[in-house]
Design a protein around this ligand. Structure first.
Ligand SMILES: [Fe+2]
Length: 449
């Protein structure tokens, strides 16, 4: 996904109207949860680290912080609230389309204290606007969409900031409890069958779904088998040890070129020491855990592994059918486990744990097909290019999704431990370049039935 540009509203979209008070409470809770996370990610390092660039792939954390406030000001204060601009002078600095990430440290950015107080001031006024604005009428306000969009935007930057934390060097700045273990992993089949037939993909009713998830439409998907859990580090290590990175035949041509150019030998953050594979995770070096889903692999690596295993990546439609289709009811559900929101028993979301849970965990989160950990843990690469659904209409601005459609970006599904529930649904679509490795990406494989 991308940083967001300035708003240029267009087009209507369909959405249910819900009870205004329930929507307001939901919006307030989502905004507060996001700010709690932003505060933790930015208070856990000093001002020097906040303003430093830890990788040319990322913005300084202080840029994300003020950008979060600026987007909230543009949408919730100026657009929804009709308020006068607080800081029109900084709009350009925080326009993601104006300045690539690598150039952001050289901009005259707000200092950490200024960025904090700006974001806090915007938030106070945004809550006033939320309390006094009817949620309905304009498409942007229907079901409180604008507030949900801004909460999702902040959470998406919280995920981006967590990637920056992973890329930074130095001692650990973050800590979290361990995720739950897998209770019945040994008894689980390696793959599950999803019979052929049509299913409903995408949504026309989820109130805070983004434009690229819309509209709901029927898809014919032939029968296929899909891994019960994401591919583990142990399985991926077998690929490495079988010459995965030295044999061209497993790789797409661009992937092989990437392996050669960057001398890739393993997932990002892995290294070998005295015959053992170690990895660095948020400032801690530890043995690679065998039963944890593999993380920080590019699409090319996922694709090569699948070919080596005599399998393939699932298409995006296959992934969503495995996750949402309920054959007994003949309909698609919001999540693999049903229509209820995620809970800590169902999925590893929200940076509650700073790693994926072992393969086979979260039995309560499995889909009717029997596949588990589809939501949370690791983003899952699919074989599909990021393309619009039939009937797609850009909303609320073209730069949210439309400019990224095409063969350059591959779709990832299901969210990771770094994603909050507000920005993770059975229909949610993420996209990125096939070379990306610093993101919290893993995969599972599939084959034709
Ligand atoms: Fe953004």
């Amino acid at each position: 996904m991308t940083d967001s540009p300035a708003p240029s509203p267009i087009g209507p979209q369909s959405a249910d109207t819900q009870d205004a008070e329930v929507l307001r409470e939901r919006a307030v809770a989502a905004l507060l949860t996001a700010r709690e996370r932003t505060t933790l990610l930015t208070d856990s390092v000093d001002d020097h680290e906040l303003t430093a660039q830890h990788s040319p792939l990322m913005s300084p954390l202080v840029w994300d912080l003020a950008h979060i406030g600026n987007q909230e000001e543009l949408w919730l204060l100026r657009d929804v609230g009709g308020r006068e601009a607080m800081r029109p002078d900084i709009d350009g600095l925080y326009d993601a389309f104006e300045h690539p990430r690598a150039a952001r440290p050289s901009l005259p950015l707000l200092a950490p204290a200024e960025a904090r107080s700006y974001a806090a001031e915007v938030r106070g006024r945004a809550l006033d606007v939320l309390g006094s604005t009817p949620l309905g009428g304009r498409p942007l306000l229907r079901s409180g969409f604008a507030f949900g969009m801004i909460a999702q935007h902040e959470q998406q930057h919280d995920e981006t900031m967590l990637i920056t934390h992973q890329l930074r060097t130095g001692p650990a700045a973050l800590s979290a409890p361990e995720p739950p273990g897998a209770t019945d992993a040994a008894a689980l089949p390696a793959e599950v069958l999803v019979p052929g037939g049509t299913f409903t993909m995408g949504t026309s009713t989820e109130p805070w779904a983004l434009d690229n998830e819309r509209p709901a439409h029927r898809r014919e998907v032939p029968g296929f088998l899909i891994d019960t859990a994401p591919v583990t580090c142990a399985a991926y290590r077998a690929f490495i040890e079988d010459g995965g990175y030295t044999e061209q035949r497993w790789w797409a041509p661009e992937g092989w070129a990437m392996v050669r150019e960057h001398e890739l030998k393993a997932p990002l953050f892995w290294h070998r020491d005295a015959g053992q594979w170690l990895r660095r995770r948020f400032g801690v070096t530890e043995p690679v855990p065998a039963d944890e889903p593999v993380l920080h692999v590019s699409w090319y690596e996922a694709d090569a592994y699948a070919r080596w295993a005599g399998r393939r990546l699932p298409t995006e439609a296959e992934w969503e059918k495995a996750a949402r289709h309920d054959p007994a009811a003949g309909r698609s559900r919001r999540y693999p486990w049903g229509d209820e929101d995620p809970t800590p028993e169902r999925a590893n979301l929200g940076q509650r744990h700073l790693r994926p849970a072992p393969a086979g965990a979260y039995a309560a989160g499995r889909s009717p097909s029997g596949a588990g950990q589809l939501i949370g843990d690791v983003w899952e690469w699919t074989s599909s290019d990021f393309l619009p659904y039939p009937g797609f209409a850009p909303f609320p601005y073209r730069e949210y999704s439309e400019v990224f459609f095409g063969p350059g970006h591959k779709v990832l599904r299901g969210g990771s431990f770094a994603v909050d529930a507000v920005a993770c649904r059975g229909t949610f679509r993420n996209w990125d370049l096939p070379v990306r490795r610093q993101i919290f990406s893993g995969f599972r494989t599939a084959r034709d039935a």
